[in-house]
Design a protein around this ligand. Sequence first.
Ligand SMILES: *Cc1c(COP(=O)(O)O)cnc(C)c1O
Length: 401
Amino acid sequence: MEWTPRREDFDRYMLPVYAPLEAIPVSGQGSRVWDQDKREYIDFGGGIAVNALGYQHPALQRALEQQSRRLWHTSNVYTNEPALRLARTLVDSTFADKVFLASSGSEVNEAAFKLARRYAHEIHGEYKYEIVSFQRSFHGRSLFTVAVGGQAKYTHGFGPVPAGITHGQFNDMDSARSLINDNTCAIVVEPVQGEGGVLPADPAFLAELRRLADAHDALLIFDEIQTGVGRTGTLYAYMNYGVTPDILTSAKALGGGFPIGALLTTDAIARVFTPGTHGSTYGGNPLACAVAQAAVETINQPEVLAGVTQRAEQFHQALAAINARYNCFSQIRGRGLLIGAELTSELSGQSQWILAEAMRQGVMILLAGDNVLRLAPSLLIPENDIAEGLARLDRVLSQLK
Ligand SMILES: *Cc1c(COP(=O)(O)O)cnc(C)c1O
């Protein structure tokens, strides 16, 4: 008999960087998941905004199976067809002229920050290396990306961290103006701060960042790792905001559950990277690219994107009704199917209990920031699953005092 691991084996064998919940998911279909004990859950978390097409989507399965019978890996000594197809698809559907592929969000943000510094160095000179970021932002877990991220808890004890990074107040134009100057090489922002608490940028704030970047010859970087690939109801959130970045990073939903990241930029910026300046062993991996190609093609359809907005409406209405019953949220916000419900101050400190109790009631949710319930379900989640999952969430919140 094959050994069946259980939750306690996590503590026995794994580095304790996570504190996973008790249940171990073993299979999924659409927006439903089953654990080792055959308990069923409705998934409102989507593997942290990754499983944008739910579980076992036939287009993704087909892409993975077909590519698995051809070629898994080539190295970047050669290029490959799936990588080139994906790059062309991303270029054809966005502002970008060029794409860099890697295996995760952190990795493409790392590339974005290096690219911005290299660009400023080549075009303007050595003095221009400062990166302006914002408090509560999240850009990944490598040393450079935690330094650019706006949360001290992620850099604590890891210093010295890369220098030349400042953090303004998100959605505060005066704060941004006070930090951006001719030494700034890049401004980096999430159009909707995800980990920080599902905080959408004001359109005027992003427009002002664009203006400031232009005024100081700095590059504007949008980290769309969480907001990208349909999540907010457009292929990328910038399209709805009407503000175009110079560099955009994408991951999470891009692979629909297969690890991949993409950096998108223009020809003029891409030119400063030459063979050898940057790279990644798995970047452009044929399996990852074949799946991502299927994910992007499936999601970038008018009816799928319109469906995101319709489903978001259903969530917002039902959450407002829950709030009318229990008065548990101080604000319900977000863009498309990235939804945040901030708990009232009386309920602060209860979010971990809510997360665990939601599992007991059969619904998977996420947290963000200190006190925010975050939902990032499949973009295809059926109406019935939304209703049933919210009924389960209602049972959780009805128990709060
Ligand atoms: C998840 C996330 C990252 C990091 O991506 P990884 O794949 O975990 O490295 C970076 N930025 C944002 C906005 C994210 O949501």
